[in-house]
Design a protein around this ligand. Structure first.
Ligand code: UFG
Length: 327
């Protein structure tokens, strides 16, 4: 298939691009490199550009006779979305709507979308299934949900099919340690814990110890980035016009912040200095996926089914690239 991957030089995008290329697909990566990394994708696949330049995107759709779009490009920091909703509504909704319409006009009939557990807000029941009510509690989740709705309306009206993959907590790195997680600034727990273990930051602050969870800290479902990437390939294989697919992508098991820290100490053999702090605004106590639908319908079978296995790959990446891609 001829596939345009927006945001393909980012963390999850680059792992997916690698699998798409290995699968024999013709891949064009479109990335502004604001958050993505040039080194994360083969140079001959990368087109540097911004989604706001929709005519540039349109030219690529036509020139490469694109059949499917995998759309990663987005901002994904919950706290920032609360402080700067305009940034999120513009980049995560307005530009993607333009992209979607250029897909329609150019006959692109398959679309895979990076959605998020944040579309569920604070769920009343965990594990979360795909039919759990989507009631986002921040602009990030709201923009992702709004775009899911647009995709569904397009699929009803036009010869078009989509798959929304609702990611839980992406983590880890390619098994060979060649590509991995590198955000500036880093806000995600696992890289922060590794940075604290290796002395790159003085400690990891635990955001809240009074949650209604077994040890008082937040519980999340960590899914390996290559397993997450694999879900995109399966979705592309399945997609056909008229399909409206949505899947949770998580392991179906939750780990607390304290468990992540303990497991990181075990994997690295290093002590992780910890400071207990207040809750971070907007954090639901527990987000755990039911990924039964993904397993049953697409045959998804994650290779990494424990936090330890995921952390081992994150650690390998960090050791090979202690300062990320630019080190
Ligand atoms: N945490 C800490 N200390 C830190 C960083 C994180 O205690 O320094 C905690 C958070 O409070 C949270 C857990 O570790 O309970 C995981 O936090 P992350 O920031 O790594 O991930 P989130 O669960 O907040 O966010 C992730 C994605 C978002 C997405 C969300 C879906 O990064 O893009 O899942 O709910 F929206």
């Amino acid at each position: 298939m001829r596939i345009l991957v927006t945001g393909g030089a980012g963390y999850i995008g680059s792992h997916t691009v690698r699998q798409l290329i290995a699968g024999g697909h013709e891949v064009v990566v479109y990335d502004s490199l604001e958050l993505g990394h040039r080194q994360a994708v083969p140079a001959d696949r990368l087109v540097v550009g911004d989604l706001r330049d929709i005519d540039h995107v349109d030219q690529l759709l036509v020139a490469h006779r694109i059949e499917a779009v995998v759309h990663f490009a987005a901002y994904a920091a919950v706290g920032e979305s609360v402080a700067h909703p305009a940034k999120y509504y513009t980049n995560n909704l307005l530009y993607p709507l333009q992209l979607l319409d250029r897909c329609r006009r150019n006959g692109v009939q398959k679309f895979v979308f990076s959605s998020t557990a944040a579309t569920y807000g604070v769920p009343e029941v965990v594990p979360i299934t795909e039919t759990t009510r989507q009631l986002p509690v921040n602009p990030y989740g709201a923009t992702k949900l709004a775009f899911e709705r647009a995709l569904a309306d397009y699929a009803d009206a036009y010869p078009f099919g989509f798959c929304a993959l609702r990611y839980f907590n992406a983590a880890g790195a390619a098994a060979d340690g060649s590509i991995g997680e590198d955000h500036t600034p880093e806000t995600h727990l696992i890289p922060i814990v590794i940075q604290a273990a290796t002395g790159k930051r003085p400690h990891v602050e635990i955001f809240g110890t009074d949650y209604p969870t077994p040890d008082g800290t937040c519980v999340r479902d960590y899914v390996h980035v290559d397993d997450l990437a694999a879900a995109h390939i399966l979705a592309l294989d399945k997609l056909a016009p008229g399909m409206k697919l949505a899947y949770n992508v998580g392991i179906g098991r939750g780990y607390s912040v304290r468990e992540v820290i303990r497991t990181a100490e075990d994997v690295t053999g290093l002590k992780v200095p910890v400071k207990e702090g207040p809750r971070r605004a907007g954090d639901p106590p527990s987000l755990v996926a039911s990924a039964d639908k993904l397993r049953a319908e697409l045959g998804w079978a994650p290779q990494y089914d424990t936090l330890k296995a995921i952390l081992e790959t994150a650690w390998r990446w960090h050791k090979a690239h202690p300062n990320g891609y630019d080190g």
